[in-house]
Design a binder for this molecule. Structure first.
Ligand SMILES: Cc1cc2nc3c(=O)[nH]c(=O)nc-3n(C[C@H](O)[C@H](O)[C@H](O)COP(=O)(O)OP(=O)(O)OC[C@H]3O[C@@H](n4cnc5c(N)ncnc54)[C@H](O)[C@@H]3O)c2cc1C
Length: 320
């Protein structure tokens, strides 16, 4: 691995605002925690997708590991940061609409925020994505996570996903229902770069679409989603239990439980918040404690929804 060579290649490939070294990750995540990435690139503007691909090729050639970051709305980056290259997609935001088989399809680059995608659709009276209005994060992150809210998943509208595959070859992955499940996508088990995703939309009324989007944003606001830094739901729901995770945590009286600067939101059992002083380790310790108490009380293993990424101590790394 030659990080020195990678540094030179990235500096030559990307503009000064697009490439930094030892870049703290906290400002790039909604939880506002996380130490430095060895290298961080965020290609933006014309040709950004090509520069992103070139950065990935350079990292592969030099044997440097890569982490793809979208809006950072579902990750807890370790306090020690991320070794290797972080490619942040939020500068890759091009979008186009086209007619296909009698309906309109939006193809959006990975870094477009879902909220901006909703707005772009609404301006053309195109509905479908507005259930995601107000959800932080990007199109690429939402497809990777198969983001879900208000009873719908982003896969419900997905037509195809353009990726750079494991060998960095461009490929189109047509939507197949069997590849997706509750908060599961096929990209979670493959180290691929989601370049863009295409969604089938419905012609509607701009006013109605905007009203639905505004209602969803207001509902999130009322539920305290934006009150303090977080990554939304800490744990997935297990529908076989018959109640959402938030209710289980509430019934055990765990709202307000704190570890350092991390706290179970006093207003929502399934959101861990950062009071402004939390470390990534605080958040992880608190998530562990909540899971342990639920296991002890009702014998259920909660599955974390937030992703713990980066350079965690050896004892915290998953078994190979
Ligand atoms: C206040 C709040 C409310 C939330 N509400 C919801 C909700 O209702 N429903 C829900 O599902 N989630 C919710 N979330 C979580 C989050 O918004 C979603 O998971 C979102 O889809 C994450 O997108 P992102 O771009 O931020 O991804 P990131 O957090 O940056 O990344 C998540 C994962 O996707 C991978 N990834 C991202 N982009 C790419 C790409 N282009 N190619 C390959 N891999 C990629 C990353 O490597 C990482 O593994 C909420 C979060 C917050 C802070």
């Amino acid at each position: 691995m030659s990080f020195v060579k990678l540094k030179k290649r990235l500096s030559a490939l990307l503009g000064p605002d697009e490439c930094r070294f030892d870049e703290p990750m906290a400002p790039h995540t909604t939880f506002r925690v996380g130490g430095p990435a060895d290298a961080w690139v965020r290609p933006a503007g014309p040709g950004s997708a090509e520069r992103a691909a070139a950065a990935l090729r350079a990292a592969r050639d030099e044997g440097v590991p890569v982490f793809i970051l979208g809006g950072g709305a579902n990750v807890v980056v370790a306090d020690a940061g991320i070794r290797g290259l972080v490619l942040e997609t939020t500068g890759c935001t091009a979008a186009r609409f086209e007619e296909r088989d009698g309906s309109v399809v939006l193809t959006a680059e990975a870094g477009l925020t879902v909220d901006d995608a909703v707005e772009a659709c609404a301006a053309l009276s195109l509905g479908g994505l507005e259930f995601l209005a107000g959800m932080p994060g990007t199109v690429g992150g939402a497809v990777w996570m198969n983001a879900r809210c208000y009873g719908r998943s982003i896969s419900d509208l997905l037509v195809e996903t353009e990726i750079l595959d494991e060998d960095l070859n461009a490929a189109t992955v047509p939507f197949a229902a069997s590849d997706f499940d509750y908060k599961k996508s096929p990209f979670q088990t493959r180290p691929v770069f989601i370049v863009s995703a295409s969604f089938r939309l419905e012609q509607g009324s701009e006013d109605v679409i905007r009203a639905a989007a505004a209602a969803n944003r207001a509902d999130r606001d009322a539920k305290g989603h934006y009150r303090l830094p977080s990554a939304g739901s800490s744990f997935k729901n297990d529908y076989s239990i018959g109640k959402p995770t938030g209710k289980i945590v509430d019934e055990l009286g765990l709202r307000g439980l704190a570890f350092g600067g991390a706290k179970v939101a006093p207003w929502h059992g399934n959101i861990i918040v950062n009071d402004g002083t939390a470390s990534a380790a605080d958040i992880r310790a608190l998530a562990d404690e909540v899971a342990a108490r639920v296991r002890a009380a009702i014998g259920v293993d909660l599955e974390p929804e937030i992703l713990f990424v980066g350079d965690w101590p050896e004892s915290r790394k998953p078994a190979p």
